[in-house]
Design a protein around this ligand. Structure first.
Ligand SMILES: C[S@@+](CC[C@H](N)C(=O)[O-])C[C@H]1O[C@@H](n2cnc3c(N)ncnc32)[C@H](O)[C@@H]1O
Ligand code: SF4
Length: 429
């Protein structure tokens, strides 16, 4: 089962924000605003995955795939009402992301209906990026066409590997041929394509990983996310590793695979823009994910979804039945919330920007009002120098002029392997 949610403070039944957050909303009018739509269904649960998703078997009474689109739409209507009641400034959505679970387990017409309702309620910016995740065996030419007609611009396919044995260990239901067909269908419909890959599956050799990277590149996607496998507590895979059925992951193997990722993707024209994300150009970076990493605002709709607006974070009840019950009684589906404290804001700014190829702007960081309020230490030229000397951040980006204070902390390849350690060296005392 998926992991549990943090507790936080209770969310009031009408979903309204604390007064200080309401007062901050007008200052966020120009900040990008995104919508995340969670579709919590999968045909099979992959043994490594702890996302909040349910097979038909483990869904239980009180929720169904059939009624889910209407329930989800009722949260969108609720969200509109919450924002209106606080007189929040009008903000059209710059990105929409349908994730899961497997969004494409729902009929594409239903995804289209949800998207149309989101457009009616919030409006879309011109050139809005509208993505849906999809499992490769759920996409046909017709599905892709309906999604594109509805306004989706991008399909993110969970390819994971090109090696049948590895796909088997991951409990995937698709085969490599499904991926190729899905990419072709997406292309024919005019959708951008992103592929998700996972490295470090137990039993995967370095040559297996090379093969997955090469197959992915040969499909000419616009974007590739290459994640190192994380063994999540409570998953079937974690249990198999504990019992010795599968080998544990190995950090040296993961590092070798990251180096190979950089080599193969780099040679094929994919540049990293976040530690695990690569694209063929700035225009094909994931705008939605970038918004998460640069402290923008987003509403996360669906069971277990997290939202962030103006420093307020909240998260919805996890089970689809509890979620449906809350909304049918006109109550917020919010389970808990927290206002980010200054220390958290500083650390998040540092940690998230450092993972981006655009890096951490030192002057901007040193002047964060939250850093001053917590009397945290600024980043000094001496710290930057020592990180450059250790080969962890780029010398060129750190000091475009003689004064490091004009520079940015941008991770080198070695730095990306040790990103957490670099964060600790930069973090305020
Ligand atoms: C919600 S899933 C993607 C959509 C779709 N359900 C699928 O799997 O094809 C998002 C992505 O997270 C990644 N992911 C999930 N669990 C992971 C784990 N334990 N370690 C690393 N990556 C993981 C996978 O690459 C997956 O494609
Ligand atoms: S299909 Fe995707 S969301 Fe569903 S269990 Fe597998 S990885 Fe998780």
């Amino acid at each position: 089962m998926p992991s549990t949610l943090p507790l936080g403070d209770p969310v009031p039944a009408d979903g309204s924000f604390p007064t200080a957050v309401q007062q901050a909303l007008p200052s966020r009018a120009e900040v990008p605003f995104g919508l995340y739509v969670h579709i919590p269904f999968c045909s099979v649960r992959c043994g490594y995955c702890d996302f909040n998703t349910y097979t038909a078997e483990d869904l239980g009474p009180g929720a169904s795939q059939l009624s889910y689109p209407d329930t989800l739409i009722s949260e969108l209507v609720f969200a509109r009402g919450v924002l209106d009641s606080m007189e929040a400034p009008e903000r059209a959505l710059s990105t929409v992301f349908f994730g899961g679970g497997t969004p494409t387990l729902l009929p594409p017409e239903e995804l289209a209906r949800i998207l149309t309702r989101a457009r009616e309620l919030f409006g879309f910016m011109p050139e809005a990026e509208i993505t849906t995740e999809a499992n490769p065996d759920t996409i046909t030419e017709e599905t892709a066409h309906i999604l594109a007609q509805a306004g989706f611009t991008r399909l993110s396919l969970g390819m994971q590997s090109a090696v049948p044995e590895v796909l088997k260990t991951l409990d995937r239901t698709h085969d490599p041929a499904n991926v190729e067909r899905a990419v072709k269908a997406a292309r024919a419909a005019g959708l951008q394509v992103s592929l998700d890959l996972i490295s470090g599956t137990p039993g995967e050799s370095l040559e297996d990983w090379r093969s997955s990277l090469e197959h992915a590149v040969a499909l000419r996607p616009d974007h590739i996310s290459a994640y190192s496998l994380i063994i999540e507590e409570g998953t079937a895979m974690a249990a198999k590793i504990r019992r010795g059925v599968l080998a544990d992951i190995d950090s040296d193997d993961q590092a070798d695979k990251y180096l190979l990722t950089e080599e193969v993707l780099g040679a094929a024209g994919f540049d990293w823009y976040e530690v695990s994300n690569f694209s063929t150009s700035r225009a094909t970076r994931s705008a939605h994910n970038l918004n998460y990493w640069v402290d923008s605002d987003w509403w996360g709709a669906g069971p277990g979804s997290h939202s962030h607006m103006a420093g307020l974070r909240w998260w919805n009840v996890k089970h689809p039945a509890a979620y449906a019950q809350r909304l049918s009684s006109g109550t917020t589906p919010g389970h808990g919330r927290e206002e980010l404290q200054d220390e958290d804001k500083v650390l998040e700014h540092l940690m998230l920007r450092l993972r981006l190829a655009d890096g951490l702007d030192i002057a901007e960081y040193n002047e964060l009002p939250e850093l001053a309020r917590t009397q945290g230490e600024q980043i000094t030229p001496a710290t930057m120098d020592s990180l450059v000397q250790d080969g962890l951040i780029s010398a060129q980006a750190a000091a475009p002029t003689a004064d490091h204070r004009e520079g940015r902390a941008v991770l080198t390849l070695r730095g990306r392997l040790l990103a957490d350690a670099v964060t600790r060296r930069l973090a305020p005392e």
